[in-house]
Design a protein around this ligand. Structure first.
Ligand code: ADP
Ligand code: MG
Length: 140
C-alpha cells in the first residue's frame, strides 16, 4: 500500500450544524492527516464545475444549489490507501444504507445532505485536489 491524497469536502449541512471539528476528529482518529484545508462559499461556477460529472442526473440542479447554500470546508486528506479508506469511513451515499460508525451514519441528514464528499478514485482525487488547491497550499 502507498500513501495517497484524496479530496474531502465538509458540506453545508455539516458547517450549518457546527460539526466540522467532530467530523475531522473522526478523520484524525482514523489515521488521516489533514494536509490542506480552507473554508469557502462555492460560486455557481465552482459548484457546477465540481459536479459536472453528474450533469445528466435528475438531482444535479438541487445538488448545485445545496452546495452553494452555506460554507463548505475543502481539504486534502493523506493516509495509506486514502481514497478507499475515506470512502469506507464516509459510508454509503444514502445514510439509511451506511454502516454503523461511519461519518454518514453518524451525522448525515439525508441522501443529499450527507455531510461529506470524498473522491471516488485516485485519478479523480488528483483532479479534484487541483480544482481547489495549488501545490504550495498542500503541506504534508
Ligand atoms: P457520493 O458522494 O457517495 O460519491 P454520488 O457521487 O453518487 O455520491 O453523488 C454526489 C452527491 O449528490 C451525493 O453525495 C449527494 O449529496 C447527492 N446525491 C446523490 N444521489 C442523490 C439523490 N438520489 N438525490 C439527491 N441527492 C443525491
Ligand atoms: Mg461521488
Amino acid at each position: 500500500m502507498t500513501v495517497q491524497r484524496t479530496l474531502s469536502i465538509l458540506k453545508p449541512d455539516a458547517t450549518e450544524r457546527n460539526l466540522t471539528g467532530a467530523i475531522n476528529a473522526m478523520f484524525e482518529k482514523n489515521g488521516f492527516r489533514i494536509v490542506a484545508q480552507k473554508r469557502l462559499r462555492l460560486t455557481k461556477e465552482q459548484a457546477e464545475g465540481f459536479y459536472a460529472v453528474h450533469k445528466e442526473r435528475p438531482f444535479y440542479g438541487e445538488l448545485v444549489s445545496y452546495m452553494m447554500s452555506g460554507p463548505v470546508v475543502v481539504q486534502v486528506l493523506e493516509k495509506e490507501n486514502a481514497v478507499q479508506a475515506n470512502r469506507d469511513l464516509m459510508g454509503a451515499t444514502n445514510p439509511a444504507n451506511a454502516d454503523e460508525g461511519t461519518i454518514r451514519k453518524t451525522f448525515a441528514e439525508s441522501i443529499e445532505r450527507n455531510s461529506v464528499h470524498g473522491s471516488d478514485s485516485l485519478e479523480n482525487a488528483a483532479t479534484e485536489i487541483k480544482f481547489f488547491f495549488t501545490d504550495a497550499e498542500i503541506v504534508g
